[in-house]
Design a binder for this molecule. Structure first.
Ligand SMILES: [Zn+2]
Length: 373
């Protein structure tokens, strides 16, 4: 029985209630697959004294040992032969080490179903020819970062007329192209087609600030959209909150807050989280999210701050079933949002401090007891 197929083809991306048992079956299926095909993962499970039989329902998912994303930065774990990997990506890794993850054809197929399901739900797939501004790297052979591939992939959701990149490929590196972006925007406004932006919130902020200081006020097509991905706290030395950024986008580009969407995801957890109209990341049917205590790693109740534990049965090539990040986050009841989505949502509050991350990583490696992988 292919439970994963059913989950990733489910019509309503937020129907957690009716998919709990299906999700649970998909998790068990995925767990058994990795246990059989990845000896290092099987060793980790054994070392943690974990047995698949202890999983009786979706409320037992916390028992699956979560692997720290930091672990994937120094270890490559695969559950299929490497020659069956179709798509290799690395995490953005600002400064530190990067995770390398490869995906097989089946995982990519289901990921695509998820992307289409999520984007259709928010009506983000459009037949209208569109001009793009990518506030990030131009794709190239010498860059395999997941964020670059994702940004390029997003330019397929509406037919592309033109794409302008803030970081242009020079063949062996990149150069900043903000002038090119500003000129493209002025051209795009005259063309009267929708414009879509994608990039880090910090880059979007620098662009609108630059436009404002240059006294450029545009009124882009009313179907224009801004897609933001990649975290807030990491890049901001200036304190700017989301509302201020949305206000500046409206002022300089004529794009209202309702057309600004934010996304969350990670190379080690390739699920697309798209914010609702109140800018919250509700948990979709494709994953479950737990918050764990910083010291004990025990799950905490909604409203309490802890480390983000992300669970999905999407990937068969790498045991990414349950991963724990160094993001500090808090979970809230769906009702607290006020949009019509009932599933709970999480807020990312920032990165755990270096000391905390070290503690967590040390604990994790201690938990894994010097396993040689
Ligand atoms: Zn909401």
């Amino acid at each position: 029985m292919d439970y994963r197929r059913k989950i990733f083809a489910h019509r309503n991306p937020y129907d957690l209630q009716n998919t709990d048992s299906l999700f649970f079956d998909a998790v068990k299926e995925n767990l058994r697959f990795h246990e059989r095909h990845c000896p290092e993962y099987a060793r980790i499970l054994r070392h943690m004294d974990f047995h698949t039989d202890c999983l009786k329902s979706v409320s037992d998912l916390y028992k699956i040992p979560p692997i720290p994303t930091l672990f994937f930065k120094s270890h490559e774990l695969y559950s299929i032969p490497k020659d069956r990997l179709m798509y290799n990506v690395t995490s953005s890794g600002t400064g530190g080490r990067q995770s390398h993850v490869g995906f097989d054809r089946g995982s990519l197929y289901h990921a695509l179903r998820m992307v289409l399901g999520t984007f259709s739900y928010y009506r983000l797939i459009s037949p209208h020819p569109t001009n793009y501004i990518v506030l990030g790297y131009e794709p190239s052979d010498h860059n395999r970062m997941g964020a670059v591939k994702t940004a390029y992939g997003v330019t397929k959701l509406a037919p592309a007329l033109n794409r302008e990149y803030a970081l242009k490929d020079t063949g062996d590196g990149y150069r900043l192209n903000m002038e090119g972006v500003k000129n493209a925007l002025i051209r795009y406004e005259r063309m009267r087609f929708p414009v879509r932006f994608m990039g880090f919130p910090a880059y979007m902020y620098f662009l609108v600030k630059d436009l404002k200081e240059s006294n450029i006020r545009l009124k882009l097509h009313k179907k224009s959209k801004v897609f933001l991905a990649g975290g807030w706290k990491k890049f901001f030395s200036e304190k700017v909150d989301k509302n201020e950024l949305y206000r500046m986008i409206e002022e300089t580009l004529g794009i209202g807050e309702e057309n600004c969407k934010e996304f969350f995801g990670a190379v080690e957890h390739p699920i697309v989280y798209c914010d609702c109209k109140n800018h919250h990341f509700h948990v979709p049917v494709y994953s479950r999210v737990l918050i764990r205590d910083l010291n004990t790693l025990e799950p905490v109740e909604n409203g309490k701050v802890g480390l983000l534990n992300l669970i999905t049965p999407l990937v068969e090539s790498v045991p990414l079933l349950s991963v724990i990040t160094d993001d500090l986050a808090v979970m809230r009841d769906g009702k607290a949002c006020g949009c019509s989505i009932a599933s709970p949502y999480f807020e990312i509050l920032g990165r755990a401090g270096l000391q905390d991350v070290k503690t967590c990583a040390a604990e994790a490696s201690e938990l894994m007891g010097g396993i040689k992988v």
